[in-house]
Design a protein around this ligand. Structure first.
Ligand code: NAP
Length: 309
């Protein structure tokens, strides 16, 4: 991408979009196009059509989506399917119509079958049933991947799809019900410390294994792939390393300084038993993460304290 290229970051106030904006700004890109959802509702087809016709961006990072944790995904099933399909349909189609040079679509690791072999290789897409709790979200993301591939095949569009693992970082969502596991733990442990609660109760058995990537590392990978990767299908972005939810909770306990006990509520759902990305495709291209988990949790916790306390 030329430094003066016009780059639209859809979702620039979100955790991922804001990290991409920081990355591009630090690299000297000056012509960034941004809109909040109240300025441009990406569910509105006419508004998206008008926006692309007016701005004609050269490059697009599609990081706007309806995103949430296991409860939000399972509760707002219709919204997750409708909003994500509509946002990506509108943006991807208008990127084609207005001749965008390259678009990056951000998916998620939940597109893989619930019981796929581990680590998750890109070719496992559509080889089995999805995790029921986030199936609508996953179906929308799979449609996005297929849409990028179809526009590449039929119209020769350079649209790529990247599948990040679980993310955390600056500007994360710490909502008590709708957040992902890591920010939810940060909030829980922090509140327990402040209120001197004797124990923290964690949903599920603590045994599922998960992988986490700091959002600024993801943004670095997105920038790297935007510069170096031009293929159909999808590419995983992660660390290739995982840990149990119990070990994650112990790490958050350490970082927040909570001194009470941990209890696991096994009556609550665990979700997929293990979700680890195979990142050999990305590593073979020459990219690797830099921020390790404890360091990243420290950075995220400081951001949480600055913005939410
Ligand atoms: N968080 C994770 O762990 C994770 C993991 C893997 C993949 N991803 C993917 O990364 C992408 C971004 O996720 P995130 O965590 O950054 O989410 P986020 O923090 O919730 O941000 C989402 C952004 O999307 C925008 N948005 C939502 N609905 C919109 C609409 N109708 N019109 C215009 N903009 C809209 C919001 O804009 P406003 O702020 O202006 O309202 C917001 O900035 C998503 O595609 C997600 O699937 C996230």
């Amino acid at each position: 991408m030329e430094k003066s290229a016009k780059i639209y970051i859809a979702g620039h106030r979100g955790m991922v979009g804001s990290a991409i904006q920081r990355k591009l700004t630090s690299q000297g890109f000056t012509n960034l196009v941004i809109r909040t959802s109240s300025e441009l509702d990406l569910r509105n087809q006419q508004a998206v059509t008008d926006f692309f016709a007016l701005e004609k961006p050269d490059y697009v990072f599609l990081a706007a989506a309806k995103v949430g944790g296991i409860i939000a995904n399972n509760t707002y099933r219709a919204d997750f399917l409708y909003e994500n399909l509509t946002i990506q349909n509108n943006v991807i189609h208008q990127a084609y119509v207005t001749g965008v040079k390259k678009l990056m679509f951000l998916g998620s690791s939940c597109i893989y079958p619930k019981l796929a072999p581990q680590p998750l290789k890109e070719e496992y897409l559509l080889t089995g049933l999805l995790e029921e709790t986030n199936e609508p979200y996953a179906i929308a993301k799979i449609a996005g991947i297929k849409m990028c591939d179809a526009y590449r095949a039929q119209y020769n569009c350079n649209f790529i799809s990247v599948m990040p693992t679980n993310l955390y970082g600056y500007n994360d969502n710490y909502h008590p019900q709708n957040s992902h596991v890591l920010p939810a733990l940060i909030r829980k442990f922090h509140e327990a410390k402040v209120n001197a609660t004797p124990e923290v109760i964690i949903w599920g058995s603590g045994s599922p294994m998960r992988e986490f990537l700091f959002a600024d590392d993801l943004a670095d990978a997105c920038y790297f792939l935007m510069e170096n990767y031009n293929e159909p299908h999808l590419i995983n972005i992660g660390t290739g390393e995982d840990l149990t939810i119990k070990d994650l909770a112990l790490l958050v306990k350490k970082v927040t300084g909570f001194e009470g006990d941990l209890t696991f509520d096994s009556t609550k759902p665990d979700g997929t038993p293990r979700k680890l990305m195979d990142v050999s495709k990305l590593h073979n291209l020459g990219w690797k993460h830099q921020i390790e988990l404890e360091e990243g949790i420290n950075l995220a916790y400081r951001d949480f304290l600055a913005k939410h306390i």
